[in-house]
Write a protein that binds this ligand. Structure first.
Ligand SMILES: Cc1cc2nc3c(=O)[nH]c(=O)nc-3n(C[C@H](O)[C@H](O)[C@H](O)COP(=O)(O)OP(=O)(O)OC[C@H]3O[C@@H](n4cnc5c(N)ncnc54)[C@H](O)[C@@H]3O)c2cc1C
Length: 408
């Protein structure tokens, strides 16, 4: 549908944001007077810290984001682009001058035997504060917990459940943990770390189904591809996420994997923007907090009528596995491509006594990616070099970059 260009008088028209997650809340903090509709019953919170809530380290109010006025517990159900209206499940209808979709993503429910649209008792996704609180209520010391998926989410969940005293098995289909971010050596160190906490890690382990007898059905075991069964009192699904695009698709916006946006975070409708996990920018879906916040900052400028463009984020993934006992804490950072291609150079430093590991991949005289584990002293310098995409200094300076502790 072709819509007329925005008239000058419309710049003061109301801004409505759908989704009060990390991107929506950041935008609301930057743009005065916006109306935010949020399906969750809680005030906006830092999703990255959910594992700390699950582990009992933080109370929910500790992870709250700076106060934002949100219509909580209200879900937007339809967008009427012709009249610029948002219909909500409480019967309210909001008029917008500009609409922002910040709907985030949904956990992927894997096609497992025994798993229908309604989750059996004991089977938990791990996306929201309610998910974390439900898991915390369900987990008892000695409970047998199986985490399906060994990515960032699965690793954080397994670690937090082990801290709650559960007997945890982590089932990862891929060859090693956190395949998107880590090289096999770093993943092996992470595995040692989890095993030291009592987590049993199975890699190249295909889960086929769940055994959930009873009415209502409740999980009793996780069935593996080789016929073996893992006894389970509870199961966490950590099999990735998918952008929440249903509203945008139903409204006829251009959606590929995510809602397609340009450098002003504008969708195929000039009155509607999208950002965060639900948005696809230059064919990239980030699924990370850093880019979502950066996009919100750019969009705040755009909505204020100031020139701003989002040109992509060279996203750094950081995972802090906190622990009351510092011996059991682990810091990890990964950026770019940690797996070398033929012809790439790799520099690696490994300090077995301190459990520290650093590796960088060099391609055509530039930094293509890297992983730091245990000691992140050098991360700031490396991340800056990577983000600037500058040609690299000579070998000695590069070694200095890898060993630089940032002056600490
Ligand atoms: C356990 C966990 C750990 C993570 N750890 C890290 C990490 O270490 N580092 C990192 O970079 N990233 C991490 N992430 C990812 C990060 O949290 C997301 O990238 C980030 O939250 C994206 O922000 P968002 O606002 O786009 O989406 P979200 O924060 O998911 O917010 C979307 C909000 O929109 C609401 N919503 C959706 N549809 C509607 C509707 N129709 N009406 C009303 N409301 C609606 C949802 O309920 C939700 O509250 C983690 C995620 C999880 C779940």
């Amino acid at each position: 549908m072709l819509l007329p260009m925005r008239k000058k008088t419309e710049s003061a028209a109301p801004v409505v944001v759908i989704g009060a997650g990390m991107a929506g809340a950041r935008l609301a903090a930057r743009v005065p007077g916006v109306t935010v509709v949020g399906e969750e019953r809680h005030a906006p919170y830092n999703r990255v810290l959910l594992a700390d809530v699950l582990a009992g380290r933080y109370a929910p109010d500790v992870i709250a984001l700076p106060a934002t006025e949100v219509r909580r517990g209200v879900r937007a159900v339809r967008i009427d682009r012709a009249d610029r209206l948002v219909h909500c499940d409480d019967g309210s209808v909001l008029h917008y001058g500009r609409l922002v979709l910040a709907t985030g993503s949904n956990p992927v429910l894997p096609p497992l035997r025994g798993l229908g649209a309604t989750l059996p008792d004991g089977v938990h996704p791990f996306r929201t504060l309610d998910d974390a609180l439900a898991l915390r209520t369900a987990v008892r010391p000695g409970a047998r917990a199986v985490v399906i998926g060994g990515g960032l989410l699965g690793v954080s969940a397994a670690r937090a459940l082990a801290e709650c005293g559960a007997q945890v098995v982590l089932a990862q289909q891929g060859e090693h943990l956190m395949e998107r971010q880590l090289d096999p050596e770093a993943a092996a160190l992470l595995r040692v770390h989890l095993e030291a906490l009592g987590v049993e890690v199975h890699t190249e382990c295909r889960v086929r189904g769940l055994r959930c007898p009873g009415t209502p059905p409740a999980v009793r075991a996780v069935q593996l591809g080789d016929g073996y069964e893992l006894a389970a009192d509870l199961t966490v699904l950590a099999c990735g996420v998918r952008p929440r695009t249903g509203l945008a698709r139903a409204a006829g916006l251009d959606v590929r994997k995510g809602i397609v946006v340009d450098d002003e975070l504008r969708t195929s409708d000039p009155y509607i923007h999208a950002l965060g996990d639900c948005a696809e920018h230059r064919s990239t879906l980030y699924g990370l907090a850093g880019p979502a916040l950066e996009q919100a900052d750019v969009l705040a400028e755009v909505l204020a009528g100031r020139p701003a463009r989002y040109e992509g984020t060279r996203a750094l993934t950081r995972l802090t596995l906190r622990s009351p006992d510092p011996v059991h804490a682990l810091d990890l950072a990964a950026f770019g491509e940690a797996r070398p291609l033929p012809g790439d150079d790799v520099i690696r430093l490994s300090d077995a006594t301190r459990g520290a590991y650093r590796t960088v991949v060099l391609r055509d005289g530039r930094l293509a990616g890297g992983v730091l584990l245990g000691d992140l002293g050098a991360v700031a310098g490396l991340a800056r070099t990577w983000q600037d995409d500058e040609p690299l200094p000579p070998a000695m300076s590069l070694l200095h970059l890898l060993t630089d502790d940032g002056g600490h």
